[in-house]
Design a protein around this ligand. Structure first.
Ligand SMILES: C[S@@+](CC[C@H](N)C(=O)[O-])C[C@H]1O[C@@H](n2cnc3c(N)ncnc32)[C@H](O)[C@@H]1O
Length: 218
């Protein structure tokens, strides 16, 4: 797997942000063998939520609640983060972690397929995190395109790397080539080209964690 950042830059990015609270640190220990967004991206997501005065956040793929916890801390008391997860044990863990953080009232826990769950929500959302099955990223974008308010943001994790994702082939596709892509890489490449070419969005890829695509809805 290609590293997104050189080690020293990664250390720099880590050292320049404040220590997270005790529950987040515990979640990080829990997440050592689980693909959370990681601390640098978590901090960035919380900052982003604050910058757009987020009140409602929707996540595709919440695991045991690490990214949702970062979001929840940025929301007002009557704000809402919708967690979606098809593993009910992970969702139970998320419920417990968010309760411990004092965020139970601003979290909604939806068991099942995130793409089915989103159909039951009207929006508008201020921030959406796409972090579920890579081959279904384009479907998630399609599902939230009209549900993110103008001035809101869609963030896709693993924009650059993840597991077997083919970095070089995705780059080739972004540069106009026609590479052979496995299903996951095809999902990411299609997501990135679609959102890049959509005049309703303005996108940058930020090389934190495994790379996040941040798309502002005009
Ligand atoms: C990369 S992890 C999410 C990590 C989480 N966003 C965080 O940073 O803490 C992806 C999660 O999405 C879940 N998942 C994958 N596809 C899903 C789907 N279609 N609907 C609901 N959950 C899904 C997986 O079970 C897994 O827990």
């Amino acid at each position: 797997m290609t590293d997104v950042l050189p080690d020293a830059t990664e250390r720099f990015a880590r050292a320049a942000i404040a220590e997270p609270d005790e529950t987040l640190r515990e979640m990080e220990s829990r997440g050592e063998d689980f693909p959370t967004v990681g601390r640098e991206v978590g901090q960035f997501l919380r900052l982003l939520a604050r910058m757009v005065d987020a009140e409602r956040v929707f996540e595709f793929g919440s695991g045991f609640g690490y990214s949702a916890y970062w979001f929840a801390a940025a929301l007002p008391e009557d704000g809402q983060v919708v967690l979606t997860e098809h593993d009910e044990d992970e969702l139970d863990e998320a419920r417990e972690y968010l309760r411990r953080g004092g965020f139970a009232d601003r979290a909604v826990f939806e068991a099942g397929d995130a793409l089915e769950t989103i159909e039951r929500y009207d929006g508008p959302f201020d921030v959406v995190l796409v972090d579920h099955q890579k081959h279904r990223y384009p479907d998630a974008l399609d599902a939230v395109r009209e549900k993110v308010r103008p001035g809101g943001v869609v963030v896709a994790d693993n924009a650059m790397v993840s597991g077997a994702q083919d970095f070089d082939a995705i780059l080739d596709a972004l540069e106009g080539g026609d590479p052979d892509l496995d299903a996951e890489s095809r999902g990411i490449a299609e997501y990135l080209t679609t959102v890049r070419d959509d005049p309703a969005f303005e996108t940058s890829v930020v090389p934190l964690g495994e790379g996040i695509a941040v798309s502002y809805r005009r």
